[in-house]
Design a binder for this molecule. Structure first.
Ligand code: 3PG
Length: 213
């Protein structure tokens, strides 16, 4: 199927920030997920970068109020495993023909990454209107994405990579941005210490950064 834009808009506009998480412990994932949801960030991206990332997705899929997605989906095998684990959306840092072919056979929508106008146009040709802009700060920052708005008016983005609480408002002010992704709301030391109070506070601050458009 082609990209389910309505569903992705639902995910991307629930809050201005989608936490990008590296997790390897389902219990820890649940504690973190509860804190993020309580702070106002329901959409969570669990990256497939650790041995137990799929188990963490499985755990978070049971958490009331959370919309759990899988990030770092690099190929069709990872995509199928994430869907089987209960992922409700999928995110990739870039896009290959084989990954997009696999996504077309999936009922769970993919938010693929792009870094250039040509990459965005190639995905638009295949029916994609919601894209991750990655790595956002490194490939030109706010000025680059702002420049894509006029020539590519149908496309909306979730910039991710190098964004923090100080820079997020500038991204969120762009007409072609629905939300930003970032790991700053779940600092590794706070997660390791199970300091859910600190994380809930960071989430609350992130949830108030700016209205999702
Ligand atoms: C990542 O690849 O880990 C994400 O893009 C998050 O980037 P960040 O850690 O710079 O927020």
């Amino acid at each position: 199927m082609s990209q389910n834009v309505a569903y992705l808009d639902h995910v991307m506009t629930r809050a201005p920030v989608v936490p990008v998480l590296i997790l390897d412990d389902p219990e820890q994932a649940l504690g973190l997920g509860r804190a993020l949801v309580a702070g106002g960030l329901p959409a969570l991206e669990v990256t497939l970068r650790t041995p137990r990332a799929l188990d963490c997705i499985r755990a978070l899929a049971t958490l009331e109020g959370a919309i759990v997605g899988a990030g770092t989906v690099l190929d069709g095998i990872a995509l199928a495993a994430a869907v089987e684990a209960g992922a409700q959306f999928l995110v990739s840092p870039g896009a290959t023909t084989r990954l997009i072919d696999a996504a077309e056979r999936s009922t769970i929508p993919l938010l693929p990454g792009v870094a250039t106008a040509s990459e965005a146009m190639a995905l638009f040709e295949r029916g994609y209107e919601r894209l991750k802009f990655f790595p956002a700060e490194a490939v030109g920052g706010v000025a680059h994405l702002k420049a894509l708005a006029s020539p590519l008016p149908r496309l909306k983005f979730c910039p991710t990579g190098g964004i923090g609480p100080d820079t997020a408002p500038r991204w969120l002010a762009l007409s072609n941005v629905l939300c930003v992704g970032g790991s700053w709301v779940a600092p590794a030391d706070a997660v390791a210490a199970a300091d859910w109070g600190r994380i809930e506070k960071l989430a609350r601050e992130a949830a108030n950064l700016g209205a999702a458009c």
